[in-house]
Ligand binder design. Structure first.
Ligand SMILES: [Zn+2]
Length: 266
């Protein structure tokens, strides 16, 4: 039985497909793009999905216009690493954990059958992020059940390794620092990550006005703080979901614990 399970785990390790599912266009680029760049360089298939098209991220444009702009920005950032962009077309500030949204999420996972999933921290500064974290947890657990979706069930539809990215500023809503289980060195990817984030040009002004935040500088500052923990220039931090039925081995740490891929391909 144990030998059989080991064999099964080995088979799963060959299915190199990762999904980063977050609430808004630019969240993935901010929180885990460095890690995605490294996986893409290693030949992984990368999918980036957002729950909303970012329809409230503006002080001036109407929701349709800003949605078109922001999904185009997200697609442009994804193209930089050969990733595919998806959007569930929910609404900013209104992402909820209900039957239709859970089904949409499960169908997204069903089409992709990811082995690695990245999502928001369970506790974060805004509710869209927390809802997407729950949705990703539900999607990753359920999508492989034959009766859960009308879409065909792909081979390798197993419960994936699920990783929570840092919450904003690395703190939960009560101001407590999140302790990562996994730190990934992105020192060589930081400038590409910054260029991916810069694709979201519409958000620079919005964040400056509404959040008082300088976008790329804030990303680099946080990456440097996490880098210090890891003893490198820049890092991204993750907490692995280790609940029942989820893989407990730190696949991400095993894959990227050492800077072993070749910089420069992306
Ligand atoms: Zn967000």
């Amino acid at each position: 039985m144990v030998a059989k399970m080991r064999k099964k785990r080995k088979k799963k390790a060959t299915h190199r497909c990762a999904l980063a599912f977050m609430a808004h266009p630019d969240d993935v680029e901010f929180f885990c793009a460095g890690t995605l760049i490294r996986l893409a360089r290693m030949g992984w298939t990368i999918h980036i999905a957002t729950a909303t098209p970012g329809d409230c991220g503006t002080m001036t444009a109407n929701r349709w216009s800003i949605s078109a702009t922001r999904t185009a920005e997200a697609a442009a950032a994804a193209v930089m690493i050969g990733a595919t962009y998806h959007c569930l077309d929910e609404r900013d500030g209104m992402v909820v954990y209900d039957k239709p949204t859970v089904q949409k999420t499960i169908d997204l996972f069903r089409r992709i059958a990811p082995m690695l999933v990245f999502t928001h921290a369970p506790k974060d500064y805004m509710m869209d992020h927390e809802m997407v974290s729950l949705l990703a947890r539900a999607g990753s657990f359920m999508y492989g059940a034959p009766n859960i979706s009308a879409l065909p069930r792909l081979d390798n539809s197993v419960v994936p390794h699920l990783y929570y990215c840092d919450p904003s500023e690395g703190i939960d809503p009560l101001g407590r620092t999140v302790e990562p289980t996994t730190l990934i060195d992105i020192s060589q990817e930081i400038e590409t990550k910054a260029r991916m984030l810069a694709c979201h040009d519409s958000q620079r002004q919005w964040l400056r006005t509404y959040h008082g935040m300088e976008y790329i500088e804030a990303m680099k500052r946080h990456g440097a703080a996490r880098g210090k923990m890891a003893g490198v220039g820049y890092a991204e931090a993750f907490v692995q979901h280790r609940g029942h039925a989820y893989p407990h081995d730190d696949l991400l740490g095993e894959l990227l614990g050492k800077q072993q891929d070749t910089p420069g391909k992306i």
